[in-house]
Design a binder for this molecule. Structure first.
Ligand SMILES: Cc1cc2nc3c(=O)[nH]c(=O)nc-3n(C[C@H](O)[C@H](O)[C@H](O)COP(=O)(O)OP(=O)(O)OC[C@H]3O[C@@H](n4cnc5c(N)ncnc54)[C@H](O)[C@@H]3O)c2cc1C
Length: 375
């Protein structure tokens, strides 16, 4: 296994480094601050316009059809330069590529890839999270449209989204997994109310509740056939669980690098437990990086995507929480006037074992679909 750069990869890396030297957006370290979310659309568009976003996706939707190793180089160089990671949208793109027809792909994917159109994912509801198939939002046919009624929650980026990928029930007389359809719903219309939710770390822009009360969506915006929303949902969440898709590894490496800088600058200020926790977080982040490299190698060898995403998600959660724990120890709780970034990193890490499917659900999937254990 050779992880060294080929000539083409080395050329991209050099070009990227030169570009980043002049184009650092000066945003906060990660998703721990509203300023990060406010600046993310412009950052996405700048990366895309310079030819550095969506490199592995099809040319027909604005990509460059390069091997996914180019995205990894991007992640590495963004982390090394201390800029924010690339926005994580691969799971939406993969879901629509796999389940949307040509018309849907052409209408919607170029806007996602270029960052000119903002998207959110309306799957979870107050009584349908782990048991997603219990969702109750309904879509009723009315002429050329469907009319939506229901309540979504934890909808990330719903405040500035132009479009929402909504799962809604279109058939009430079939087993619950089979009556769900997927729609691309325009957000800016009467009949949709977005209510921001404030997170424990103070962020207000990351997610919200979305209430549909008579919102309309053209039937032509359905992805797949009526009742085929469930396979799409499974494609989306399985891609959502891959750390390689999310550029998370670079984010963790960036945080531990910053923490190590603090410790080196003032080693006497930290006790053995704090430095041990940081050392462990550095080892875990590197372990995840190597795991992602291996998964990438598999992909380049044509090994297709499967339930292993659940193992990735569990590893990613373990690493994020080790990094968060170290951040709290080194960076402190931000009492008084102190910088509270470390506290925010810690608090955000707690959400990792919930978002994209909880750790308990991932263990159930590993048990049944990888180990073949009984339910
Ligand atoms: C930061 C963040 C961002 C999110 N973004 C989005 C988004 O953009 N779009 C979206 O649709 N959703 C989003 N979510 C929602 C997320 O997908 C759900 O929170 C998650 O699936 C869990 O559902 P729940 O919160 O309803 O918890 P529940 O399903 O009610 O689970 C509660 C507890 O019970 C356990 N449990 C439930 N069922 C089982 C079982 N069968 N076996 C063992 N244990 C079980 C769970 O593990 C958990 O510990 C986001 C969540 C977070 C935290």
């Amino acid at each position: 296994m050779n992880f060294g750069d080929s000539p083409d990869e080395a050329e991209l890396r050099a070009r990227l480094r030169a570009w980043l030297a002049d184009n650092d957006p000066g945003l906060p370290a990660s998703s721990t601050d509203d300023a990060y979310w406010r600046g993310q659309p412009a950052w996405h568009q700048a990366l895309y316009d310079a030819g550095f976003f969506g490199m592995s996706w099809p040319k027909a939707i604005g990509g460059q059809e390069l091997p996914s190793v180019f995205d990894v180089i991007l992640d590495e160089e963004l982390a090394a330069a201390g800029t924010p990671p690339r926005p994580s949208l691969g799971y939406l793109v993969q879901g629509i590529l796999e389940h949307g027809n040509e018309d849907i792909q052409q209408r919607f994917l170029p806007g996602i890839v270029s960052g000119r159109e903002r998207w959110c994912q309306g799957f979870s509801e107050p009584d349908a999270g782990s048991d997603l198939a219990a969702l109750r939002t309904r879509a009723d046919r009315d002429g050329d449209d469907y009319v939506l009624t229901g309540h979504k929650v934890w909808t990330s980026y719903s405040d500035d989204a132009d479009w929402c990928l909504v799962l809604a029930r279109t058939d009430h007389d079939v087993p619950k997994h089979k009556g769900i359809s997927a729609f691309v719903v325009p957000m800016g219309q009467p009949g949709i109310e977005q209510r921001p939710l404030k997170m424990i770390n103070g962020i207000t822009k990351e997610f919200g509740e979305v209430i549909f009360d008579g919102a309309r969506v053209p039937a032509a915006n359905m992805i797949g056939a009526p009742g085929e929303g469930w396979p799409l949902a499974m494609t989306v969440v399985s891609h959502e669980r891959e750390p390689g898709e999310l550029g998370y590894v670079s984010r963790y490496k960036k945080v531990v690098k910053e923490l190590a800088t603090h410790v080196r600058a003032n080693p006497e200020a930290y006790d053995a437990e704090q430095t041990r926790d940081l050392g462990w977080a550095i080892v875990e982040a590197e372990m995840l990086r190597l795991h992602v490299c291996r998964r990438l190698s598999d992909r380049l060898d044509g090994v297709s995507h499967g339930p292993e995403g659940s193992v990735d998600k569990l590893l990613m959660t373990q690493v994020e929480q080790a990094v968060g724990h170290a951040a709290l120890g080194i960076g402190g709780t931000g009492h008084g006037d102190a910088d509270d970034t470390a506290l925010k990193v810690y608090l955000y890490s707690r959400a990792q074992s919930v978002m994209g499917g909880t750790s308990q659900i991932q263990r159930n999937l590993v048990a049944r679909r990888i180990l073949g254990l009984p339910a």
